[in-house]
Design a protein around this ligand. Sequence first.
Ligand code: RB5
Length: 159
Amino acid sequence: MLIAIGSDHAGLEIKTEITPILRELGHEYVDYGSDTAQAVDYPDFGEKVSDAVSAGNADRGILVCGTGIGMSIVANKFPNIRASLCNELLSAKMSRLHNDANILVLGGRIIGKDLAKEIVRTWMTTPFEGGRHLDRINKIAIVEEKTKRDHRVKLGMSR
Ligand code: RB5
């Protein structure tokens, strides 16, 4: 798979630590930055990665900021994105099994390097279970469409 990765300054160290795992598992990645310890704004990097996955230019994404919260908020604004903040292993496993998460978000100031690597390994190797969970994620897509439509109507815009 092609994985889009990105971080702000607070996630840079963990992002650097996890890239060898992606290669080891046979994946390619594109790094959308940041690549400096200088303070940057997480929405700028969250947007690039989320847009790549949403548009189908990457199969999945991984985002890292300080807590993972800001990146999660940004990523879940994008169509077709199911971003999951996983700072422990059970969430990493369940977000794939039940939610078919396509962006993994990590909190670089919350977890250590070894745990981050294990989370990435688990998230990258756990398949989606499908079945009733597919029905549920299809409902998320319906909510997304309906919300967009209702919002346009509220704003008095044509459909
Ligand atoms: C940066 O200080 C920090 O706010 C950011 O990395 C992230 O944790 C935001 O949610």
